[in-house]
Write a protein that binds this ligand. Structure first.
Ligand SMILES: NC(=O)c1ccc[n+]([C@@H]2O[C@H](COP(=O)([O-])OP(=O)(O)OC[C@H]3O[C@@H](n4cnc5c(N)ncnc54)[C@H](O)[C@@H]3O)[C@@H](O)[C@H]2O)c1
Length: 370
């Protein structure tokens, strides 16, 4: 018997390619045992695109049948977001750990249920919040939490992740309230998760507005929000797909009493600007520390952060520790997003965590009335 983690992927579309490449890279720790998709061709196309040996991989159309017969150690849930909850719940109730793509679910109460299920079953959830697995992030978070930069005053993020109407029309679920949400829920949730994590406190209030500017979708292609954090600091969020699809950029900045930390991506090129309170550049110091702790090869994880997520999940299952982006991260980012949507819908500030359930489908018809 192999002691590698047996992984099954449910949903063989765009993001599944990244999962396959990660499993291939971690071949000493993981093996792909099954693929599930309702589309006949999707599993074969996926295996070919990632250059995978198909002989040991079983193909299923029905996820319940796959889980019942294969009993994988890890189920990767890479179906449209509106289907995450029933599939993730079934997998966890049947003994599987999860690599669950973001957003965890489409409502605050479903995400809370997943977090509680992880606690009661002892099974792990690693969220597809890729930004936490970028180089330098973990060391910076550790230093911010230890107070190396002093008090956190505020943080900002923008995710200008342009997508044209061709992206939205490539699958019926994209840009819908039921199965996807808009630019905030799909593209910006990674950034919100990272900013909140780096700031080392919890969002307690959200005030937001959303808009439709250029894309022909049901949900927003532009959103802006301000979060009040539990330590009194503030965070601003801008997320949009109404920019050029040739010009993706995302930047995070955390302002502290004794320094500023800025990191992000512009046209695929990593950005890093770390300064102390006197303006001295600390980039090199952090690059050296990162390499000393995680090795030079870990810098390449930026190419496919899913490798870091699988590696972390497999280690967490073995050690019993929580993954870097675990169930709580999944719940908190969905709860924050639902607070942002609710604030935009109702036109006032909303307290977090939400006391009453809110779902992306509660936004249905929002733009029809405007
Ligand atoms: N973490 C990341 O960087 C990242 C990047 C892209 C997408 N995502 C997330 O991954 C998920 C999938 O996105 P995508 O772009 O790959 O979508 P996609 O439309 O390209 O692929 C989804 C696949 O799921 C299949 N599917 C649908 N219903 C199914 C069912 N009941 N059982 C089995 N298969 C089913 C579809 O046939 C399709 O092949 C979304 O939740 C998205 O938000 C995460």
């Amino acid at each position: 018997m192999s002691d590698r983690s047996r992984v099954a992927i449910i949903g063989c579309g765009r993001v599944a390619v990244k999962h396959l490449k990660a499993i291939k890279k971690l071949k000493n720790k993981s093996e792909l045992v099954a693929l599930v998709d309702v589309s006949e061709d999707a599993p074969k196309k996926l295996l070919e695109s990632a250059g995978f040996d198909t002989s040991n991989v079983k193909i299923f159309k029905d996820y319940q049948e796959m889980i019942d017969t294969m009993k994988p150690d890890i189920v990767a849930v890479t179906v449209p977001s509106g289907l995450h909850f029933p599939i993730a719940k079934y997998a966890m109730e049947h003994g599987c750990n999860l690599l669950l793509e973001k957003p965890m679910t489409m409502s605050s109460s479903e995400s809370r249920q997943m977090m509680e299920l992880s606690k009661s079953t002892g099974k792990k959830i690693a969220m597809g919040h890729i930004y936490r697995y970028f180089p330098f992030v973990r060391i910076l978070r550790e230093d911010i939490s230890l107070g190396v930069f002093g008090k956190v005053t505020h943080g900002t993020i923008y995710a200008r992740w342009g997508h044209g109407d061709d992206y939205y029309s490539s699958a019926a679920w994209r840009g819908t309230w039921k199965a996807d949400g808009g630019a905030l829920m799909n593209q910006t949730i990674h950034a919100i998760d990272l900013l909140v994590w780096l700031m080392c406190s919890e969002p307690v209030e959200a005030t937001a507005m959303i808009s439709q500017r250029l894309r022909n979708i049901e949900a927003e292609d532009l959103g802006m929000a301000v979060l009040r954090m539990s330590d009194g600091s503030l965070a601003s969020v801008e997320g949009t797909t109404a920019t050029s699809d040739k010009d993706h950029e995302a930047m995070f900045t955390v302002f502290c009493e004794n320094g500023v930390i800025s990191l992000g991506l512009k046209k695929g090129i990593p950005q890093l600007h770390i300064r102390d309170g006197k303006g001295k550049n600390l980039n090199f110091r952090y690059i050296k520390r990162h390499i000393a702790k995680y090795g030079f090869g870990s810098l390449l994880n930026a190419v496919n952060p899913h490798t870091g997520i699988y590696d972390d999940l497999i280690d967490s299952i073995a050690s019993g520790s929580e993954p870097v982006a675990g169930a709580q991260a999944g719940f908190r980012s969905v709860d924050t997003l639902m607070g942002i949507y609710r604030s935009a819908r109702d036109g006032h500030t909303v307290r977090l965590p939400l006391e009453e359930d809110f779902s992306s489908t509660d936004m249905a018809g929002y733009f029809d009335k405007r």
